[in-house]
Design a protein around this ligand. Structure first.
Ligand SMILES: *Cc1c(COP(=O)(O)O)cnc(C)c1O
Length: 378
C-alpha cells in the first residue's frame, strides 16, 4: 500500500444534511448558584417525599441490572390512570424521544443513493409557528419535508376553513400540535381540536406537555381517532425533568409500530420507579397545580397593572409583552439581576418573554426586579 494513501477528511464522512444541521438549543442551565430559573418551565417544587424515597430505595444492588424493557408496571398504572389498556401506551426517555421516534415511524424521508445525486422528495412534517422549537430540528434530522403554518397574532387555533385558506396540508404524514401551546401558553378547546382530527389524514400528535395546568385535555381524541396520539411527560407538571420519562397514548397499532423501533431499554429504571410512585401520590401534585395557577393569575394581574400584555395562560408559564422597553432589554436586565427567563429571537415572538411560574418568593423577586427595571428606563 502506498505510504501516501490519503485518509478521508472527517467532515466528508458526515451526511451533508447533518453537517449543516443546527441542533436544539436548550434553555440555559446556569453553572453559578443563586440564579432564579424561570427559563425552562421546570416545576418550582421538588417531587413528593414519597417519590424521593422511592428513588432512594431503588438505588441499590439493582443498578447493575437492566431495567424492565417494556416498563410494564408503569404502563399498567398509566392505563389505569387514563382508563385505557397498556397496549395503548408507550413510555420513553422523555417525551422528546417519542416525538423523535414518531418521525422515523410515520414519515418517509428524502432519499438518494450512493451513486447519483438524484433525490426523491420526502413526506411532510407539519406544525404551527410558534410552537415547540424541537419539531423543526426533528424534521431536519430526519430529512423530512417541512410545512410551517403561522398561528394568528393571538396564537389561537385556526379553524378548518382558515387552515384551508392557508398553507396547511391536511395530508401531511405527521403533524405536531402543542396543546396548550408553547411558548404562548394559549389553551385549545378539545372540541376545536376534534374538528382538526376529523379533517387531518396523517398522524396527528397532540403534545400535552403542559396539560395539567389547563382547563381541559384532549385524551378522548386519542381514544376516538386511530391517527391521533397524545404526548405526555412527567417532566414539567410532576417535577421529574431529571429522570426523563414521557409517554404516548394512542391506537395499539401505532403504539406497537413505535415500540418496534425504540431502544430496548429506552426508559431508565430509576425513572420508571419515580414515575410509578408519582401516580400513587397524585394528591401532592394536585395541591402544587392549584398553587401554580394561583401564582400564575397573581403574576398576570400584577404585570398587566405595569402595562404588560399577557396571553391568557393554561400552562406553568406566561408569555408577556412589555410596552416601554423591548423584550430583549427586559430579558438582559432581569439576567443582570440573576433572574433567567426565555427570549426567542424569532419573528412574531421576539417582542415577548416566556416566564416560568416559580415559587412565591421567586415571583416576588421577579416582579420587584421588573418594577425596578421599568423605573430605571423612565
Ligand atoms: C418540555 C416539553 C417536552 C419534552 O418533555 P420531556 O418529556 O422532558 O422530553 C415536549 N413538548 C413540549 C411542548 C415541551 O415543552
Amino acid at each position: 500500500m502506498s505510504a501516501k494513501h490519503k485518509l478521508p477528511s472527517p467532515a466528508s464522512l458526515v451526511r451533508p444534511l447533518i453537517r449543516k444541521l443546527h441542533g436544539y438549543v436548550p434553555g440555559e442551565q446556569p453553572k453559578v448558584r443563586g440564579m432564579i430559573k424561570l427559563n425552562t418551565n421546570e416545576h418550582a417544587a421538588p417531587p413528593s417525599p414519597r417519590v424521593l424515597r422511592a428513588i432512594q430505595k431503588a438505588t441499590d444492588d439493582r443498578l447493575r441490572l437492566y431495567p424492565d424493557p417494556t416498563a410494564q408496571p408503569l404502563r399498567e398504572a398509566l392505563a389505569d390512570f387514563h382508563d385505557c389498556k397498556p397496549a395503548n401506551i408507550i413510555v420513553g426517555n422523555g417525551s422528546d424521544e417519542l416525538l423523535a421516534l414518531a418521525t422515523r415511524c410515520f414519515v418517509e424521508p428524502k432519499q438518494s443513493d450512493d451513486n447519483s445525486n438524484r433525490q426523491v422528495a420526502g413526506q411532510t412534517i407539519q406544525y404551527f409557528t410558534p410552537s415547540y422549537s424541537l419539531y423543526p430540528i426533528l424534521a431536519n434530522i430526519h430529512g423530512a419535508r417541512i410545512n410551517e403554518v403561522k398561528l394568528p397574532r393571538d396564537f389561537s387555533l385556526p379553524d378548518n376553513d382558515a387552515l384551508k385558506a392557508s398553507n396547511w396540508n391536511f395530508k401531511a404524514a405527521l403533524t405536531y400540535v402543542t396543546t396548550p401551546n408553547a411558548p404562548s401558553g394559549r389553551g385549545y378547546r378539545t372540541r376545536d381540536l376534534a374538528k382538526l382530527c376529523e379533517a387531518q389524514k396523517g398522524v396527528l400528535i397532540l403534545d400535552e406537555a403542559y396539560v395539567d395546568f389547563a382547563c381541559e385535555n384532549a385524551l378522548r381524541l386519542a381514544k376516538r381517532y386511530p391517527h391521533v396520539l397524545i404526548s405526555r411527560t412527567f417532566s414539567k407538571a410532576y417535577s421529574l425533568c431529571f429522570q426523563r420519562v414521557g409517554y404516548f397514548i394512542g391506537h395499539p397499532t401505532l403504539i406497537a409500530a413505535l415500540d418496534r423501533i425504540r431502544d430496548s431499554y429506552n426508559t431508565n429504571g430509576l425513572g420508571q420507579a419515580a414515575a410509578l410512585t408519582t401516580l400513587s401520590d397524585l394528591g401532592y401534585y394536585q395541591k402544587q397545580f392549584s398553587r401554580i395557577l394561583e401564582l400564575r393569575s397573581k403574576t398576570t394581574v400584577e404585570l398587566a397593572a405595569l402595562g404588560f400584555d399577557i396571553i391568557p395562560s393554561q400552562t406553568n408559564f406566561i408569555f408577556a409583552k412589555p410596552s416601554c422597553i423591548t423584550a430583549a432589554e427586559w430579558f438582559e436586565k432581569l439576567r443582570e439581576r440573576k433572574i433567567l427567563t426565555r427570549w426567542f429571537d424569532k419573528p412574531g415572538i421576539r417582542d415577548r418573554l416566556r416566564i416560568t411560574i416559580g415559587t412565591e418568593k421567586e415571583m416576588a423577586r421577579f416582579l420587584s426586579a421588573t418594577g425596578a427595571i421599568l423605573r430605571g428606563t423612565r
